[in-house]
Design a protein around this ligand. Structure first.
Ligand code: FA5
Length: 367
């Protein structure tokens, strides 16, 4: 190019520059047409826009051949100078317009392509939300509730933070009893603690309803137990209370036998082992024969043939008195069952802590 330039007149140089730039612009336009505008993504169009800006700088910018030609006007002979100046101006106007048009064209393409991509196709099928489901402990609680409701029991709910009166005094738990030990119970402020058993609801229910009363109370309880496969510091119990004239231990045994028949099947047996609870006299631990092996011993019942259901007994007269029920007229039985452990047994879980890890992969199996 440089070799040829001295031979070119300024007019020829101008024609040459003008033709080259126009050819380059046209090549870019042809390219975009050939590619098909519809397939041009906004990012590709952005790239082309930048390429055009670079070409504009190269062709018309301060260091361009065109700029040099403009500067040379002053050195031209006076007679042709004005005409050439006009030609330069015209050519510059045409080229600038050419660049402007091409750039506008890309900008419009970017805009159309963006709005097409962002527009919503209302005919597309919607994305279905994944439906949730009840937690296995809730499913277990509902099964237990259904059985007792069908036996004529009301379902009670009550507070989880209790005063010493409901946690201990009214349940005949004397001062100095180990159950009051801060190592076993979560105290909140002085005189208040998280309930460690649903037995507290017995008192509220009798105070509210008087006697006779027949109710169950499922709910959360809290104990300073070290977590292991059968213990959690927070777990669920369901309390049962039946107070009426002439209630005996036979009613307690019959009720829990009926409960396990309905939950595990009519062949399930119960067994009562002597125990101690301050709020019942006499007291018993209740077991049921293993629903898996029928009592011969298997992995689920750890070879014993029996599975623990919970504690039970005849309501202590002091407890009736604390709740303003006359023990001379009324007697009653009560029981407290562990919902989580029963749930874990039924679903054959080796560890009740799985129930509270909130691992969706685990929980989804109980749909
Ligand atoms: C009681 O809590 C008595 N209130 C039951 C009762 C009620 C007796 C009415 C008499 C009259 P116990 O501490 O054994 O009893 O607990 C009952 C059940 O709760 C246990 O059988 C067990 O299934 C469950 N349980 C106890 N501690 C835990 C724990 N840390 N984690 C999970 N489950 C537990």
């Amino acid at each position: 190019m440089r070799d040829q330039q001295p031979q070119q007149t300024p007019d020829e140089q101008l024609d040459h520059i003008s033709q080259t730039v126009r050819a380059e612009l046209k090549a870019r336009f042809d390219n975009i047409e050939a590619q098909g505008r519809a397939t041009l993504s906004p990012s590709e169009a952005e790239k082309q826009l930048q390429d055009l800006k670079d070409l504009r700088t190269k062709s018309l910018g301060k260091k361009s051949e065109f700029a040099n030609l403009k500067k040379s006007i002053g050195r031209l002979p006076a007679e042709g100078r004005a005409d050439f100046g006009q030609r330069i101006q015209q050519t510059e106007g045409v080229l600038v317009q050419g660049f402007d048009d091409e750039e506008d064209y890309r900008k419009r393409l970017i805009e159309t392509s963006r709005s097409e991509r962002e527009s919503i196709d209302v005919t597309m099928p919607g994305r279905r939300p994944r439906p949730g489901h009840l937690h296995p402990v809730t499913l277990m609680r509902e099964r237990i509730e259904d059985i007792f409701v069908s036996l004529g029991y009301a379902v009670e709910d009550d507070r989880e933070i209790e005063t010493d009166f409901y946690n201990f005094d009214a349940l005949n738990i004397s001062e100095g009893h180990p159950a009051r030990d801060p190592q076993d119970t979560f105290y909140t402020t002085d005189g208040f603690a998280l309930r460690s058993q649903t037995s507290t609801v017995q008192i509220h229910a009798m105070q509210r309803r008087g006697a006779p009363v027949r109710m169950i109370a499922p709910g959360r309880v809290f104990r300073r137990d070290t977590p292991d496969p059968t213990h959690n510091p927070m777990f669920f119990q369901v309390e049962g209370l039946c107070v009426d004239r002439g209630i005996t231990m036979a009613h307690l045994k019959g009720t829990l036998a009926e409960f396990v028949h309905r939950l595990f099947g009519p062949e399930t047996r119960t067994r009562f082992r002597p125990s101690y609870f301050p709020f019942t006299e006499p007291s018993a631990e209740v077991d049921y024969s293993c629903f898996n092996c029928g009592g011969s011993g298997c992995r689920i019942c750890k070879g014993s043939g029996w599975i623990e259901l919970g504690g039970s007994g005849m309501v202590h007269p002091n407890v009736l008195r604390a709740a303003n029920v006359n023990p001379e007229e009324f007697t009653g039985f009560a029981f407290g069952l562990g919902i989580d452990r029963t749930c874990a047994r039924i679903y054959q879980l080796d560890d009740i802590r799985l129930l509270f890890e909130n691992d969706v992969r685990f929980l989804e199996q109980f749909r």
